[in-house]
Design a protein around this ligand. Structure first.
Ligand SMILES: Nc1ncnc2c1ncn2[C@@H]1O[C@H](COP(=O)(O)OP(=O)(O)O)[C@@H](O)[C@H]1O
Ligand SMILES: [Mg+2]
Length: 409
């Protein structure tokens, strides 16, 4: 599919670099010099997603550019490039709902490209205001004392770090935070938590239920779970993507609910799909962690999941975990695009993951003093509501009421 067009109205010295970078990213780039030219471009085509303007030109001309973007019922957002001093003076930090944004000089072509990417995604998914307005407020912790907190890890895109987050979070909670943890591999298609933990020849839930149907004993998740080195208990729904009909979603959720009496925390690693099984697990979960990597496909998938989660009534339980948080789209842009604050950041640690995987262990277990382990500890602390020195705790975490204000509000 062809990408949107981006109009660039910047001084020649900047325009060339920005043009080249955006063209490389696959955008059609149109440069204009005057409000009149901008108007002509917008009159002739409807696929302009963003206009990049210079915020240091005189006020009348700025107003003429802005008018062209709004004329004829159009609402093309502007990305206005200004100096840091102008930005301060304008005090533009608050989102006015117009979709207009500001970018400060000096900047790199790469950074403006990612901002444009973020604006394009946001523009496709503007909230029309018809959805329920969510209650903002602290999350209750009363569940901790009575039954395991159920944490599902999900993003509809593969390869974003669901399994990585689920296994290392479970490991941190068990080995470093003193919780008793069950890790459930509910990814019956691509899941291989048990094999990656070098736990071999395990009986899965599907095995057990098939045996039970033929007269075998009824076994709980607790009985089926194997112990992993760190004390963590691990159980998989199935070791094969076929013949999983026995895994009736309601029965699976009932088994999870029963296991809540035996653990402090249950972490569930999910398959990237909206299966009825996953929907049933979302319904039961106290918290749904959404790992997102700083790239367009992963962010797009998260934005889509937010819409789906709203329809399913679980949106207020979502928390974004920014994975590989040091490349591509900035964390601030991810937060604004996805519409969720970053609940935790996990940095890239490629070689450590490979080394841990070779040993069938988690990074948390194998490299306790590395920064990456501190990242997972921090995520665990946040879920447990343990205060950090800066007071950055779950209780202070506010979920946004909406993605964006409805136009004209
Ligand atoms: N923070 C990270 N740093 C380095 N490699 C990572 C990181 N997160 C995930 N990976 C790697 O990316 C790949 C995909 O991660 P995985 O957790 O399997 O994703 P998913 O479960 O969402 O499909 C794995 O090889 C994993 O080791
Ligand atoms: Mg996975």
């Amino acid at each position: 599919m062809a990408r949107s067009a981006i109009v660039v109205a910047l001084p020649a010295s900047e325009s060339d670099h920005v043009f080249a970078e955006l063209a490389l990213a696959g955008f059609e780039v149109v440069t204009v010099e005057t409000p009149f030219e901008l108007e002509a471009v917008l009159d002739s085509r409807r696929d302009v997603a963003v206009a990049i303007l210079d915020g240091e030109i005189d006020a009348d001309e700025t107003e003429a550019f802005q008018r062209a973007l709004r004329d004829g019922g159009r609402a093309v957002p502007a990305l206005t490039v200004v100096s840091a001093t102008t930005f301060e003076r304008l005090s533009l930090a608050d989102d006015d709902g117009s979709g207009n944004e500001y970018f400060t000089r000096p900047y790199s072509a790469d950074s403006i490209r990612w901002r444009v990417e973020a604006m394009c995604i946001r523009r496709e998914t503007v909230d029309d205001g018809s959805g329920p307005v969510l209650q903002a407020g602290p999350i209750g912790h009363e569940a901790w004392s009575r039954r395991a907190t159920l944490i599902a890890v999900f993003n509809p895109k593969g390869g974003v770090g669901k399994t990585t987050v689920a296994t290392n979070l479970a490991s941190s909670l068990q080995a470093r935070k003193g919780k008793s943890v069950l890790l459930l591999d509910a990814d019956t298609v691509t899941g291989h938590v048990t094999t990656s933990f070098a736990i071999e020849a395990v009986r899965t839930v599907a095995d057990s239920w098939r045996d039970e149907a033929e007269g075998g004993p009824s076994e709980s998740l607790v009985e089926l779970a194997s112990a992993h080195g760190s004390g963590l208990r691990v159980v998989a729904l199935s070791d094969s993507p076929i013949n999983t009909e026995i895994l009736d979603p309601e029965r699976v959720v009932a088994a999870i609910a029963a296991a809540r009496r035996s653990f402090d925390v249950i972490v569930v690693d999910l398959h990237p799909s909206y299966s009825t099984l996953n929907q049933a697990i979302f319904d039961e979960a106290d918290r749904i962690l959404v790992p997102v990597t700083p790239d367009v496909p992963a962010i797009r998938a998260a934005v889509q999941f937010l819409d789906v989660a709203r329809a399913l009534g679980c949106r207020e339980r979502l928390a974004m975990v920014v994975n590989r948080a040091n490349s591509g789209v900035s964390v601030a842009d991810m937060e604004r695009t996805v519409g969720l604050p970053a609940f935790a950041l996990i940095h890239s640690a490629g070689v450590l993951f490979v080394r841990a995987a070779n040993e069938g262990r988690t990074v948390v277990e194998m490299f306790p003093r590395e920064k990456i382990t501190a990242d997972f500890d921090e995520l665990a602390d946040r879920l447990l509501g343990n205060p950090k020195p800066e007071g950055n705790v779950l209780a202070g975490f506010r979920f946004p009421t909406r993605l964006k204000e409805p136009a004209g509000a």
